[in-house]
Structures are given as structure tokens and as C-alpha cells.
Design a protein around this ligand. Structure first.
Ligand SMILES: NC(=O)c1ccc[n+]([C@@H]2O[C@H](COP(=O)([O-])OP(=O)(O)OC[C@H]3O[C@@H](n4cnc5c(N)ncnc54)[C@H](OP(=O)(O)O)[C@@H]3O)[C@@H](O)[C@H]2O)c1
Length: 242
């Protein structure tokens, strides 16, 4: 009997690492739902993939908006009967310049509002999506949740500055463990990864890695076999310290 085509949802799929994850998953034959903050952005990205010979579905998703997440869950149930793979890729990094000479990265200066906004996207976004989508995975007895985290969140190697971004990724790692523990034995696996320093709008032009290199571990985790790890943190497909 032919295996059912897996359905994969990617957040922030319109550019950067998320777009590349969509490209690679579609190239592997998964049915990809490329999401972006607006349907227009998602469709424009889908056209770019179409030029590469790849077809993807599109949907609007703002990960900070409860109603938007619920709409996506309904869309997936209606059109696909649920979802098999969730890649929590969407992320923000707000520690830019304030234009007044202050060190923009210092915890002495970073406004609490930046920390709150960063948490709402990088941590609460995946929280909302897991609550909305994981139940349908459990019902199917199969699921792969991939949290795109960062070495910036590693407690083992915690440095100063960029407090909002760092804390959001440390907490995302904790959330990865919590989901993984509660899902043990269900067929649903939850793992986190660091893509390395990647040339995107966030990573900047000086970053050493291509998006293809940055996406590789996410693709591996999204398509893990039944024996694969659950509740781990990886870079280049290898475990790294929390
Ligand atoms: N690049 C690196 O060196 C690096 C290193 C470590 C970890 N990471 C992580 O990798 C992930 C992707 O990073 P990237 O470098 O590809 O970043 P990017 O080029 O800045 O792209 C970020 C993506 O997230 C989307 N996004 C932001 N807020 C959103 C929201 N509220 N709802 C839905 N989508 C939202 C953006 O959509 P818009 O186009 O609408 O803004 C965009 O599609 C992030 O989680 C990041 O923290 C990146």
C-alpha cells in the first residue's frame, strides 16, 4: 500500500531559512503548507518555488495572533485532515540600534517591550502552534515538531547582551523538552536545532552559512524515522549542549 503523503507546515516560510525549509521539504515530496504573515507574502513565495518546479499550498499565519493560529488549524483539518510535520521557524531579533549611541545589545538598555515582543514571537508562537496542531498529530499516531532555536539560547555557553533573543531561545529549548516528555510513546517527536550563523536578513551578509546548510538539520528532524531522537537539541545533525 502506498504511504500517505505527509503534510508539513512551516512558519515564516516566505524568506530566509523558512523558505529554504519549504523548498527542501517540497523537493522531498512532502505536501508543504508555506505560511507567512500575509497570504500575499505566502503566495509570492509559492510563485518563486513554482519557478523551481515545486508546488506548495499557502496560508496566512501570524504566530503572535491566537485567532490566526486557530484559523490555520481549521484550514489544515478541513483541507488535509490535520498535519504531520510542524516547523516552528518564524523568529525575530530586535536588538538593533536605538540611534542614540547606547549599546543596543546591552541588557542595561534593552527595553522590556523588546523582550516581550521577542518572547511572543519566538516562544509563545511555537507554544500556540503546538497546542493547536499537536492533538491532530497524536490522533494520527505520527508527528514531527521541529523548533528552530539558536546557539544564543544555550545555557552551557551563555554570553552577555541580546537578552530578549537569548532568553526566548533558552525558553524554546525548555518547551521542546516539556512537549517531548509529554508526547513520549505517542509517535510524535519534538526536537530543537541551531541552524548555525546563516546568510539571511537576520543573519546578515557576513554569515558563513548558506540557507541550504542552515536548513539541513531541520529537514532531517522533520523526516526522522520512528527510531529517531525525541527531545534533543542539534546542530549539523549532532546533539549539542542545552
Ligand atoms: N540567520 C541566522 O544566523 C540564525 C541563527 C540562529 C537561529 N536562527 C533562527 O532561524 C529562524 C529563521 O531565521 P532567518 O535567519 O531565516 O530570519 P529572517 O530572514 O529574518 O526571516 C524571519 C521569518 O520569520 C517571519 N516572522 C517574523 N515574525 C513573524 C510572525 N509574528 N508570524 C509569522 N512569521 C513571522 C518573517 O516574516 P516577515 O517576512 O513577515 O517579516 C520571516 O519569514 C529564526 O527562528 C531565527 O531565530 C537564525
Amino acid at each position: 500500500m502506498k504511504a500517505r503523503t505527509r503534510v508539513a507546515v512551516v512558519t515564516g516560510g516566505n524568506r530566509g531559512i523558512g523558505f529554504e525549509i519549504c523548498r527542501q521539504l517540497a523537493a522531498k515530496g512532502l505536501r508543504v503548507v508555506l505560511t507567512a504573515r500575509t497570504l500575499g507574502k505566502a503566495r509570492a513565495a509559492a510563485v518563486r518555488l513554482k519557478h523551481l518546479g515545486l508546488a506548495v499550498d499557502t496560508a496566512a499565519l501570524d504566530v503572535t495572533d491566537d485567532a490566526s493560529v486557530k484559523r490555520l488549524a481549521r484550514f489544515l483539518l478541513r483541507n488535509h485532515g490535520g498535519v504531520d510535520v510542524l516547523v516552528n521557524n518564524a523568529g525575530i531579533y530586535l536588538e538593533g540600534g536605538y540611534g542614540d549611541g547606547r549599546d543596543p545589545l546591552s541588557v542595561f538598555h534593552e527595553p522590556l517591550a523588546f523582550v516581550r515582543r521577542t518572547m511572543d514571537t519566538n516562544l509563545h508562537g511555537p507554544y500556540r502552534l503546538c497546542q493547536a496542531l499537536v492533538p491532530s498529530m497524536v490522533a494520527r499516531g505520527y508527528g514531527r515538531v521541529v523548533n528552530v532555536s539558536s546557539g544564543s539560547g544555550q545555557l552551557a555557553d551563555m554570553d552577555g547582551r541580546e537578552a530578549g533573543y537569548r532568553m526566548s531561545k533558552t525558553a524554546l529549548n525548555a518547551l521542546t523538552r516539556i512537549w517531548a516528555k509529554e508526547l513520549a510513546g505517542t509517535g510524535v517527536k519534538v526536537n530543537a536545532l541551531c541552524p548555525g550563523w546563516v546568510r539571511t536578513d537576520m543573519g546578515g551578509p557576513g554569515a558563513p552559512r548558506t540557507v541550504a546548510q542552515g536548513a539541513d538539520t531541520a529537514i532531517w528532524l522533520a523526516t526522522l524515522p520512528a527510531r529517531g531522537p525525541n527531545g534533543g537539541f542539534f546542530r549539523d545533525r549532532k546533539p549539542i549542549p542545552w
